[in-house]
Every structure is written in structure tokens, then in C-alpha cells.
Design a protein around this ligand. Sequence first.
Ligand code: XBP
Ligand code: MG
Length: 259
Amino acid sequence: MYGFKALIFDVDGTLADTERDGHRPAFNDAFAAAGLYWNWDRVRYGELLSVTGGKERIRYFMETEGVQLDPGVDRDDFVAALHRAKTEHYLARLRMGGIPLRSGVLRLLREAHAAGIRLAIATTTTPENVTELLDRSGEPGLRDWFEIIAAGEIVPHKKPAPDIYQLVLTRLGLAPSDCIAFEDSEHGAYAARLAGLRAIVVTLNDYTMSQDFSAIPLLVDRLGEPDAPSRVFVGDLGESECVDLAALELLHSQVYPAA
Ligand code: XBP
Ligand code: MG
């Protein structure tokens, strides 16, 4: 029996390394298809990731570049149409099979599912991006293992606001102390903490390596596999070589010591 009841996963950067090789080229595909000269290279995209939400990111880019639209073109409609195109390009990239789940993600999900640990998703990205990623994971029916897939505009404020995590906790009917959150970014970890979660695992990636995770109890390079162990930057896996249920039980007991 474990001290926690549910695992709540972020998507982009956590379940899969989607940003550099998925979202970023999909934005560029949509810009090119719209006849726009814009092109977000890896460095520029890393800067733009400070803005969560694809539509918000496009709008921010337009403001910083001083983009003027033709008279009569509504900015919100323009951004929404461009983002819809980007999502179609992103889904097409997922369907080409280009973006696998990160190391250890499927292993941990299988362990948790087998142990009856409840699973949920809390993400800023567009909902169909999540289901398509899960459907391409190689695990039939993976999307159905998640009781809740809370994504995108289902809440008024995106990460780093706590809204999406608060929604998941409410839908699960659980307290923050019953759950462990998995994130990759400062914005995501901040959102989880604002929602009251303290047992948080951050798996770093190229874009988040230099961010501030000072309040995070377990910071690793990957969830890992027994033959591809996690590299631990902060925290402790106990006897485990990777982030498995035993390591999560240790984390939970450290964050919430028995009264
Ligand atoms: C990451 C995001 C998303 C993606 C792009 O979400 O901020 O905006 O970058 O997806 P998370 P959309 O880390 O919370 O999964 O274009 O659909 O927003
Ligand atoms: Mg993320």
C-alpha cells in the first residue's frame, strides 16, 4: 500500500520531448503554409517557451516583433486560425511516429496502472495533442488509463497559474498530499506548487536544464529504466535505480513524514 493515491503528469517535456522536434517545427510549418516569413529556430523557441500556450506564444511573438496585420484583419481570429493550422501540422508529425515517450514514462505508467494507482494529466497543450501522443505510445488503450486528461483551454488561466492542477485535484476528489506531480519546467512546477502539491518530480530536458527548481524534492534527468538509470540532481531514489513506485513512496514519505 502506498502513501499516495494518484500520479498527475504534465505532457510537453515530461511525457515526451515534444517541444524541440514537434511543436517548434509545427509552428514553422504553419507559418510557411500561411506565407509568413517567420521561422522559430531552437534558440528563439527556447526563449518563446517562457510563454505557455501556443496561441499566447504566437501573440507574444507578434507583439515583440511589432507585426502589423492588414486593415480589417482581426488579430484574435488571425492567431486562432494560425494556431489551428499549427495543431494540424503537429498532429501530422505525431502520426508520422516521430515523438516517442521519454525514458521510463511507459514503465512507470504500467507499474502504477498495475498497482491501482490513479492517473491524471494536467497540461497546457491542446487536448487532441495529448490523446494522439498517447495513442501513438505503443500501449493500446493508454489514454483510458487516465481518469482525467485536463488540457489547454479547459481552465481560464494556463500554467504557471494553478488552475489546471486545481481542476485535476477537484475531479479526482483528492488532496494535494494524496498526489505526486510530474513536470519538466519552472512554470509547470510553480503551477503544481500553487495548487498545493509538494511531492513533485521534475525530469529536466534541453530547454529547462537551467531553470530554477530550488523547491523541488526530486530532480532527475529522466524517469529511467533499470538498465538506463536516472541521474539524480536533487533528492533520493533509495534502493531504486530509476523513478519507480518504491522511489515515489520514499519521496512521498520524505515530503509528508508520518505524524
Ligand atoms: C507546454 C505548452 C504548450 C505547448 C504547445 O504545455 O506550453 O503550449 O508548448 O502546445 P505543458 P499548444 O508543458 O503544460 O504540457 O500549441 O497546443 O499550446
Ligand atoms: Mg511541460
